[in-house]
Design a protein. Structure first.
Length: 344
């Protein structure tokens, strides 16, 4: 059995999309489906049985790709040749990470509630030196609960963090001990937070309480709350999460082409599409995209089409953007990535 693709990320300016599957990843040219790079697991990775590519992210200019997983290492890749540039150990498993605008630092949030900042370039040469540098590095933000997501404000003066206990905190960056505000109102776990690209002073948050919320994050004021449970509950199996009775959002993506938000849910074979309303500066329900299997991850390509990683033998399916909706395509673009080897 081939491993499923569990993370999908799009290069910010090129037709390159990365599909990771735990111990390796592929880079696909989205306009043709051509595989332009594959990173296979080393013999050491194979024997460890750990997922090395659970979380991936590009730098703003697309020069770097950062990857991390259960092995508790951040690896940075040069996207001009897709070769590994550096590797650095971290204390705890990372749940979210982001490059600073200039690409010089990687900011990461871990499962124990801490945020650390690491230089992209690794100056230490030996494993012992890297371990020592890691121990000396101190967290800039600390929560008492697992961090689920984080993002930097557009001007990089603030870091916004979300945790398992429904808290969204806005802190100064990099001096996270200075707290600016809280965005309080969710009644279940918050899983994804993002700033609106067309309104960077507005924060979007989603999670397990079936609400999509917008905030003026600087003052912690809720601007809008959209209930979507009636649109998605019939697609979500019972008992998805022992701690929640409601559908839990696994991933949120925002597209500037049509000003839409797309959500995927744990174990649900759908994508929920929300549309931005200019007159009210809020989102409203647009449509449901039904998929052949639960969506493990997804992303927009440069053209605004949605590429999905699915939890079945299909593995990857593309939904073309057309007249404000998304339609499934044949397997021409996905044939290469779907037949590629992904060792368990």
């Amino acid at each position: 059995m081939k491993a499923r693709y569990t993370d999908v990320v799009q290069h910010p300016s090129q037709e390159h999309m990365v599909f990771s599957y735990g111990q390796g990843y592929y880079v696909v040219k989205t306009s043709t489906g051509e595989i332009i790079k594959q990173v296979q697991p080393s013999e050491e990775n194979k024997s460890s049985g750990l997922e090395h590519f659970r979380t991936t992210t590009f730098s703003k200019d697309g020069k770097y790709l950062a990857t991390t997983g259960d092995d508790k290492e951040i690896r940075v890749w040069d996207t001009t040749n897709w070769e590994q540039q550096s590797a650095r150990p971290v204390l705890k498993r990372i749940n979210a990470m982001q490059f600073t605008k200039d690409g010089s630092q990687v900011v990461e949030a871990d499962k124990f509630g801490d945020v650390y900042v690491f230089p992209t370039e690794v100056s230490e040469t030996t494993a012992a030196e890297k371990q020592e540098a890691m121990k000396k590095n101190k967290p800039i933000v600390g929560h008492v609960s697992m961090l689920t997501d984080m993002t930097l404000s557009d001007d990089e003066k603030y870091i916004i963090t979300a945790d398992r206990d429904e808290h969204v905190r806005v802190s100064r960056f990099p001096n996270g001990y200075n707290i600016e505000s809280y965005c309080m109102g969710h009644t279940d776990v918050i899983t994804n937070i993002q700033l609106l690209p067309w309104a960077p002073n507005v924060l979007a948050t989603v999670g397990g309480d079936c609400t999509f919320r917008l905030w003026d994050f600087m003052v912690g004021k809720e601007l809008h709350s959209l209930q979507y449970k009636s649109h998605v509950e019939k697609y979500v199996p019972e008992g998805v999460d022992a701690n929640s009775m409601d559908p839990i959002v696994m991933k949120m993506e925002l597209s500037t082409k049509d000003k839409i938000a797309v959500l995927s849910f744990a174990k649900a074979p759908i994508l929920l599409v929300l549309k931005w309303d200019e007159s009210t500066s809020s989102f409203e329900f647009n449509s449901i995209v039904e998929t052949s299997a639960p969506v493990l991850s997804f992303g927009f390509d440069i053209e605004g089409n949605i590429w999905t990683a699915l939890d079945d033998e299909t593995r990857v399916a593309v939904y073309l953007r057309k007249d404000g909706s998304f339609e499934p395509t044949d397997g021409a673009r996905t044939n290469n990535i779907n037949t590629a080897e992904t060792p368990e």
